[in-house]
Design a protein. Structure first.
Length: 311
């Protein structure tokens, strides 16, 4: 009897769908740790972010993508759409995420982008929001007529059992090949990148619909103190300290005022909540400095977009 190890499987799995169907929440659940930021504001995800999960001999490299933009023609929107198309061209498997029981014009536009010849799985998310789960059956039949999906997975990304079932369904579609990352890897993104994303998440969550989507966060300094400090009881990770300086970039002076708030209270709260989450995520004491800059028209300027880390 052969003692040879079982062959490894590894593949890139795109998570695509219209804005606000729960793609980033699903990615975080699949990886088992927060990798991609979430909020109710459309366009929260702006970058291609890979989350990695290794189970047994299978390594899943999930690629979270921005929601495909259909309503505005600004340079930022065009860039986000290019990110989606590039991800679809590179991956081995596609998870097409819809809200269970719903399919609108924006969903149809994303569905039309799915590449021929690659297995696509329909993830019917937010199943728990349906009054009667049996209502999803005729909807699934309609979806099969729209596209030849390889699998149907009705689920809620907030239920651990559903997430584990999705991993089991996806695994056979991964190509037989060596892993692309170390076994304990969680993401292909740096701590510096994740810091900017966490600040942006708190910005969106604490400003709600007041602040237009044309705002971003630029990390201007990310330094780890050599040797750190002895730390105090209760510190996130005594001995490691990271200093982060971040600029929130907006298009108008009025937007700057929204973020700062009366007496600077809103900006202070954004900083406090971001710092606490970063300490948990990075396992370090974090010193975070925030300020707000006005850069008119940055979302329509390709040069500004590149300088702010948009590819």
């Amino acid at each position: 009897m052969s003692d040879a190890p079982a062959p490894q499987r590894c593949g890139l799995v795109a998570i695509v769908g219209r804005p606000n169907v729960g793609k980033s929440t699903l990615l975080n659940a699949l990886v088992g740790q927060k990798i991609s930021i979430t909020s109710k504001k459309a366009q929260t995800t702006r970058h291609r972010i890979a989350g990695i999960r290794t189970l047994g001999t299978a390594q899943f490299v999930f690629v979270d993508t921005p929601g495909f933009q259909t309503r505005q023609a600004r340079a930022l929107n065009r860039l986000l759409n290019r990110t989606v198309l590039a991800a679809l061209a590179d991956v081995d498997v596609v998870l097409f995420v819809c809200e269970a029981g719903r399919f609108g014009a924006d969903d149809a536009r994303v569905l039309a982008l799915l590449p021929a010849g690659k297995p696509a799985l329909l993830v019917a998310n937010k199943l728990d929001a349906l009054a009667r789960r049996t209502d999803v059956l005729p909807w699934l039949q309609q979806m099969q007529e729209r596209h030849a999906f390889a699998e149907f997975v009705p689920m809620s990304a907030r239920r651990a059992a559903d997430v584990e079932r999705l991993l089991t369904v996806v695994a056979p579609y991964l190509p037989g090949q060596p892993w692309l990352h170390e076994q304990d890897a969680l993401s292909d993104r740096s701590e510096r990148f994740l810091a900017g994303e966490i600040v942006r998440e708190k910005l969106f969550r604490l400003t709600g619909d007041e602040l237009p989507y044309t705002s971003t966060v630029v990390i201007e300094r990310f330094d780890e103190d050599a040797g750190g400090e002895p730390g105090q009881p209760g510190d996130a990770a005594p001995g490691r300290r990271i200093r982060i300086a971040a600029a929130i970039v907006v298009e108008r002076d009025a937007h700057k005022g929204m973020i700062i708030g009366a007496g600077g209270e809103r900006l202070k709260r954004i900083g406090t909540e971001a710092r606490r989450e970063l300490e948990r995520l990075l396992g370090a004491r974090v010193v975070l400095e925030l300020w707000v800059k006005v850069r008119s028209g940055w979302a329509d300027d390709e040069t500004h977009l590149r300088s702010y880390g948009y590819e």
